[in-house]
Structure formats: structure tokens, C-alpha cells
Ligand binder design. Structure first.
Ligand code: HEC
Length: 156
């Protein structure tokens, strides 16, 4: 089985397990997540030393307005470390995820925080308006500046 097929299958099965009605919004975020999974893995557990997990720290970040603003900028502007995630320091570079409109960024962040990071119903879904506001106010930030926002939010 190719790498790509191996990633798509679990995502497709997860979409099938959802109640009718919820399927389309959730499937969108899951579909966009396939590009994130290339680095962060389909489970979001990441690769130690290279790609950070999208789990407990991301779940915590999704609980505050400043954390949500950072998450939207991480996707739209990229990140250049050092960046500490779940106690481990990453000195990598995440390219800005181009080609995603505000709806697609909101959908993938909703999927990541609720499903991949396991926040479930406790996490407020991201809206396109929230993503647009982050894009507008963060337009002057480069990837290193976005990474510098994160320690203040997680207290590390
Ligand atoms: C090409 C590989 C790659 C892709 C694709 C990628 N990322 Fe990343 N991501 C990284 C790396 C590397 C870091 C750590 C950056 C650093 O070391 O400064 C990171 C960090 C993050 C963080 C910061 C976590 C924290 O706790 O501060 C978030 C959130 C994130 N990525 C979400 C995403 C989402 C959502 C997508 C898909 C839309 C995505 N990433 C796609 C490589 C990638």
C-alpha cells in the first residue's frame, strides 16, 4: 500500500462513523488534515525531534482566544522554532500552509483540536471569521515571530 493510501483510509473510515448531518463539515477538516498528516502523522502524535505532536498542548491552546489566534497564525504564516511542545524543544520549520481559505483553515483547526487532539465537544469549533481576524492582525509576522507568540500562551 502506498504511503498516501495508508493515510487516507483511516480518515475515510472516521468520516463514515459520524452521524449523517455532521459528515460534511467534519469530512472537510479531515480531508484538509491529510496534508498535515504528512508531517504530524494521521494520529497527530508527530515524530520526536522533527514534527511536534498535535495533542495536549494544542488542546490547551484551543481553550483561550490568544491560543486560538496563535493556532490560526501557525497554519497561515508558518512556524520557525525554537518551539517547545509537550516539554520537548523543536528547532524546525513549518511552512505556511498555502492554498487554504479561511473556511478550510477553520475546518482543519476544528478537526485537529476536537478529533486529533481529543478535545471533543469541549472545544469550540473555529470559525472562518476568527481565522480572518488572525490573518488580518498577523499579516506582518514571519514564521519566527509566530513561534515567539507560543511560550507566553503555554507558560513555558
Ligand atoms: C512539512 C511538514 C509540516 C506540515 C505539512 C505541517 N506541519 Fe505543523 N509543524 C511542523 C513543524 C516542523 C512544526 C514545529 C516548528 C518548529 O520547530 O518551529 C510544526 C508545528 C505545528 C504546530 C504548533 C504546535 C504547538 O503546540 O505549538 C501546530 C498547531 C501545527 N504544526 C499544525 C499544523 C496543521 C494544522 C497542519 C496542516 C494544515 C500542519 N501543521 C502541517 C511541520 C509541518
Amino acid at each position: 500500500m502506498s504511503m498516501r493510501r495508508a493515510m487516507i483510509l483511516p480518515v475515510a473510515l472516521a468520516a463514515l462513523a459520524l452521524p449523517a448531518g455532521m459528515a460534511s463539515a467534519a469530512a472537510d477538516g479531515a480531508k484538509v488534515y491529510q496534508r498535515c498528516a504528512a508531517c504530524h502523522l494521521p494520529t497527530g502524535k508527530g515524530v520526536p525531534g522533527a514534527f511536534p505532536p498535535l495533542q495536549s498542548d494544542v488542546r490547551a491552546l484551543a481553550g483561550s482566544p490568544a491560543g486560538r489566534h496563535y493556532l490560526a497564525l501557525a497554519v497561515t504564516r508558518g512556524l520557525s522554532g525554537p518551539l517547545t511542545v509537550e516539554g520537548k524543544t523543536y528547532r524546525g520549520m513549518m511552512p505556511a500552509q498555502s492554498g487554504l481559505d479561511d473556511e478550510a483553515v477553520a475546518a482543519v483547526l476544528s478537526h485537529v483540536t476536537a478529533t486529533i487532539a481529543g478535545g471533543g465537544d469541549a472545544v469550540k469549533p473555529f470559525t472562518a471569521a476568527e481565522v480572518k481576524a488572525a490573518r488580518d492582525s498577523g499579516a506582518g509576522l514571519d514564521a519566527a515571530a509566530v513561534a515567539r507568540l507560543q511560550p507566553k500562551l503555554t507558560g513555558k
